[in-house]
Write a protein that binds this ligand. Structure first.
Ligand code: AMP
Length: 571
């Protein structure tokens, strides 16, 4: 077994220095700055890794599309040259609306080389969410397919005056001066491109995150974010040369860009991309056939695999799998314990968000895992729990006290603004601290425990109840597959705790079952915190990235406006 890159958490945490660590990145030749694409691609294409597969795309029909570091350098250089030939300026927005196909990865890295601002849109968004993002982000170029163009974009063109060019990846000839063939333009240009001087603070990536209401917010990140991609790849994902890594997230979400594109390449490993959607047997098959060693996925996927317990370790050869990581939602203790047994590898939860651009709190191979905890702050990250009242902030030093999860803001991958919403951005900070919008607590050993989104906290009979705590307990009941908990206004107690429960196959949604689960919850949590109402449902509303939309359950329960639903999973 390879020894972990992070051997002694406390020692690294106390000595860590971002600039020192990042000296292992190369910087642009001649001291001309820092560019993500240089660190991710060109640097390795000029090294002994040049013939190593950088990205392997597994097409829907299971055919493999391989790009070595060397061929990726050529392809991304071509894309940068296409942008140049088409008169695109540095700093302008290059967007993609594509499935997980090679052109997405080439456009992303080519745009970064060219110092355009890259923004990936999730391909299943309908026309309105696409419009909101293209218009707010002032997209200049969109790379997409003919079908997406016909079905989603064509009708929007009049409303998108900034959009100069659309490149279609599956046509051979240009349609008009504005609608061009990606392949034709890629064939015409040189495969050599010298990256211009890039400042670490130059804008690089734009990621939209759904607000609880209203329009999505555009979090803007800079090239310096690559420090975090590199450091988290090294110490959290524990990349070693020769690793084969699979991040299951779509680049339409920040995880699919930071960890589905950048971090593995910056660390010189092979990154697997699956064009297909979740399918338990396909996924296990890929873990086996691709000899995946590090696997980054989400709680919702792990829960789905738990539901179809295929006994993977016995049925598939998973001996290469060294590490499984999860992000996006709380990972219940049950899932951590099940995963370790089912995959034969540790399942490590970690926490971050669109705004932070990379992993901030994590479990590490060398640190004892407390199932249900998010772990400890990344070396280089100062995280705390705070009382926040208006403009005032007070860091809480005692353990086990619930409060706002805050981070010291001076971080390389911290977002630099919400595009066109500077006031909204400023509201996220109190002095040196960034307010994450989550509630958490720290235990006596310094482990962080997620409590809930501040918006989702339930105030019942004088208690502050985090939905995660109740959901985790409900999931311990053998009949419960998934649960989501909300607060429902109830004059006598403030809010009552209501649980929406999905039962495992083979269990009946009877009144007796409701009584049994209620009794179980009361015994485990006490009557003040246990749900007073339980409703059985077939499915929980989730975002396409797999997060349970509690605010939607609440809005529906109370007959309130449903807010921004652009990220809702509809199938
Ligand atoms: P997004 O910006 O859409 O990626 O959402 C970020 C939010 O997801 C965080 O603020 C948390 O509320 C939640 N989240 C992400 N990772 C975790 C985790 N490991 N445990 C609990 N919540 C998480």
């Amino acid at each position: 077994m390879l020894s972990p890159n992070l051997n002694d958490y406390d020692a690294l945490y106390s000595s860590f220095n971002w600039e020192e660590e990042s000296k292992l990145l190369e910087g642009l030749p001649g001291g001309k700055g820092l560019n993500i694409a240089h660190e991710a691609v060109d640097r390795h294409a000029n090294s002994h890794l040049k013939d190593t597969v950088a990205i392997r795309v597994i097409r829907k029909n299971k055919m493999l599309d391989d790009y070595t570091y060397s061929s990726l350098k050529t392809e991304t250089s071509k894309f940068a040259n296409v942008l140049s030939s088409l008169g695109i300026q540095k700093g302008e927005g290059v967007f993609t609306l594509l499935g997980r196909v090679p052109e997405l990865y080439i456009s992303a890295l080519g745009a970064l080389k060219y110092q355009a601002v890259f923004c990936p849109l999730f391909s299943v968004f309908g026309p309105e969410p696409v419009f909101q993002r293209l218009s707010k982000g002032e997209a200049k170029v969109l790379v997409t397919t003919k079908a997406f163009f016909e079905n989603k974009i064509k009708q929007l063109l009049d409303r998108l005056p900034s959009l100069k060019l659309v490149l279609l990846v599956d046509i051979n000839e240009d349609i008009s001066e504005k609608i061009l063939s990606y392949s034709k333009w890629m064939e015409q240009v040189s495969g050599k491109f010298q990256i211009s001087p890039t400042a670490a603070e130059d804008p690089a990536l734009l990621h939209f995150t759904s607000g609880t209401t209203g329009m999505p917010k555009g979090a803007l990140h800079v090239h310096k974010a690559v420090y975090t991609h590199y450091v988290t790849g090294k110490y959290v994902l524990d990349f070693h040369e020769g690793d084969v890594f699979w991040c299951t997230a779509d680049p339409g979400w920040v995880t699919g860009t930071s960890y589905g594109i950048i971090a593995p390449l910056v660390n010189g490993v092979t990154s697997i991309v699956d064009e297909e959607e979740f399918d338990a047997m396909r996924w296990y098959g890929l873990l086996e056939s691709q000899k995946i060693s590090v696997w980054y996925t989400a709680p919702t996927a792990i829960r789905r695999l738990m539901r179809v317990d295929l006994n993977p370790k016995e049925t598939y050869n998973l001996k290469n799998l060294r590490l499984v990581l999860s992000v996006g939602e709380p990972l219940h203790a049950e899932a951590v314990v099940w995963g370790q047994k089912a995959f034969g590898a540790p399942v490590l939860d970690n926490w971050w968000q669109t705004e932070t651009g990379g992993i901030m709190i994590a479990n590490y191979r060398s640190l004892k895992v407390k199932p249900g905890s998010m772990g400890k702050p990344l070396p280089g990250v100062a995280a705390g729990i705070a009382d926040v009242e208006g403009d005032k902030i007070k860091i809480i030093s005692s353990p086990e006290v619930q409060g706002h999860l805050v981070l010291r803001k001076d971080l390389p991958s911290m977002f630099r603004t919400y595009l066109h919403e500077e006031a909204r951005y400023q509201k996220c900070f109190r002095g040196e601290w960034y307010l994450t919008g989550d509630l958490a607590k720290i235990d006596a050993d310094g482990y962080f425990w997620f409590v809930g989104r501040a918006d989702d906290i339930i105030k019942t009979s004088g208690h502050m109840v985090g939905p995660f705590e109740v959901e985790s307990t409900l999931m311990k009941h053998p009949a419960v597959a998934e649960a989501a908990v909300i607060g429902k206004p109830e004059p006598s107690i403030g809010e009552l705790v209501k649980a929406f429960v999905v039962l495992k196959d083979g269990y009946e949604d009877s009144n007796d079952m409701k009584m049994e689960i209620t009794g179980f919850a009361r015994k485990e949590m006490g009557p003040a915190v246990a749900p007073k109402e339980i409703e059985f449902v077939e499915n929980l509303p989730k975002t396409r990235s797999g997060k349970i939309l509690r605010r939607l359950l609440k809005a529906r329960e109370l007959g309130l406006p449903e807010g921004d639903l652009s990220t809702l999973e509809t199938n």
